[in-house]
Design a protein around this ligand. Structure first.
Ligand code: GRF
Length: 195
């Protein structure tokens, strides 16, 4: 089975996926796509000998170029791991129930446009939430709105800075994202295809 990763930034989650599946018998990371020429994720892909592809907004949104490139890798699952652009409709439609995103908070709260990276954790700390966590969800045409696959929780400590909370949440992501991806790919698909 093939995983294709989309990443815009550091790519530490992408790295975890590439490590976890490097010697897997039936699942591999087939490619990593990025919209950002400076994304460290691209370098990480090179290290793992995973093909790394860069695309522009125009190619992504206004043409079939990225869609066709994605199809070449025959993805069974497309994982948005720190990918910051909205996925255009023609791509969402082409891969029904095959695109997931990881979000560093407990959706439906603290999601949506502009809610990414440290902004999420700043909002959670300011609201004095006692809990945060991660959400892994299917992707539809709206930011952070598709059906949930899994959530995992961690405490927000009274004196946490957004950075401290971010680190705790990122650890959860690193621990669980590969496992959830594996589970989705190894489940016989009936439950997913009915969604
Ligand atoms: C993660 O917190 C992810 O939830 C969010 O962006 C961050 C990406 O981190 N969508 P990295 O690029 O995987 O290090």
């Amino acid at each position: 089975k093939n995983i294709v990763i989309l990443a815009s930034g550091s790519g530490s989650n992408a790295q975890r996926l590439m490590e976890y599946f490097e010697h897997h018998t039936t699942i591999r990371v087939a490619a990593l796509f990025s919209n950002n020429p400076n994304a460290y994720a691209l370098k990480r892909a090179e290290t793992f000998n995973v093909p790394a592809l860069l695309f522009s907004r125009n190619e992504f949104v206004n043409s079939d170029k990225v869609l066709l490139q994605l199809q070449e890798y025959q993805p069974d699952l497309i994982v948005l791991a720190g990918f910051l652009w909205l996925v255009p409709q023609h791509i969402v439609k082409a891969f029904p129930n095959k695109i997931i995103n990881i979000h560093p908070a407990l959706l439906p709260y603290y999601g949506g446009k502009g809610m990414h990276g440290i902004h999420v954790h700043t909002a959670v700390v300011q609201a004095k939430e006692q809990e945060s966590g991660i959400s892994i969800h299917f992707v539809n045409e709206e930011y952070d709105k598709g059906d949930l696959v899994r959530q995992y929780r961690c405490p927000v400590l009274p004196h946490d800075t957004p950075e401290e909370l971010a680190a705790r949440v990122l650890q959860l992501e690193h621990e669980y994202l590969p496992k959830v991806v594996e589970e989705l790919l190894l489940s016989n698909g009936t439950e997913n295809s009915q969604r």
